[in-house]
Ligand binder design. Structure first.
Ligand SMILES: *[C@@H]1O[C@H](CO)[C@@H](O)[C@H](O)[C@H]1NC(C)=O
Length: 176
């Protein structure tokens, strides 16, 4: 059962979002037509889905570790979905893109235990760089279909992985 989003998770997500928006304005680091990488609702729903957020208070580091673990679970499920899709496909262009995604998500799943450990240990540089590799993997997977003008069967999964990794990075940046 998913825990209800706690008041502190909602407040923390609102502060985080305001902070990342201000930062984006200062540094012009924006994506997708000027928006930031995720919204408050995504943050609240993701963090609220984990029972541990009930005890995380206003601890950005603890929430970053939760987001990293959510990414691990997400990427693992996505890798399994890609495997299942490939079992049912011949050797068409979509299958070739999926095989590339299989390699990309395989890498994410392999790196995630170490990545989550770095986040928990507040090794921010290491944590951020491996989370950003997950961001790149999700983007590269999705781009593969786009470049071949094919419908991606894993758009939602790529978006979730992208946003969870970006959320974990933003939370880690706020953790001192
Ligand atoms: C992946 O993460 C998103 C965002 O937190 C969530 O809505 C979705 O249920 C997750 N999917 C899986 C399979 O864990």
């Amino acid at each position: 059962m998913a825990a209800a989003a706690t008041a502190s998770a909602i407040l923390l997500c609102a502060l985080l979002f305001a902070g990342t928006q201000a930062q984006a304005k200062r540094t012009e680091v924006t994506v997708g037509g000027g928006s930031v990488f995720f919204d408050v609702q995504f943050c609240v729903e993701a963090l609220g889905s984990d029972d541990r957020s009930a005890d995380a208070g206003m601890n950005y580091g603890a929430y970053s570790a939760i987001a990293a673990d959510l990414l691990t679970a997400n990427a693992t499920t996505t890798a399994a979905k890609i495997d299942a899709l490939l079992l049912r496909r011949g050797n068409d262009a979509t299958a070739r893109c999926l095989r590339s995604c299989q390699g990309l998500y395989g890498g994410v799943v392999r790196r995630q235990p170490g990545c989550a450990a770095a986040v928990r240990g507040r090794r921010n540089g290491e944590g951020t760089s491996c989370l950003e590799r997950a961001v790149s993997a999700a983007m590269e997977c999705e781009d593969g279909f786009g470049k071949s003008k094919l419908a991606s069967p894993v758009t939602m999964e790529n978006e979730d992985a992208f946003k969870l990794a970006k959320l974990a990075v933003a939370l880690l940046t706020m953790a001192h």
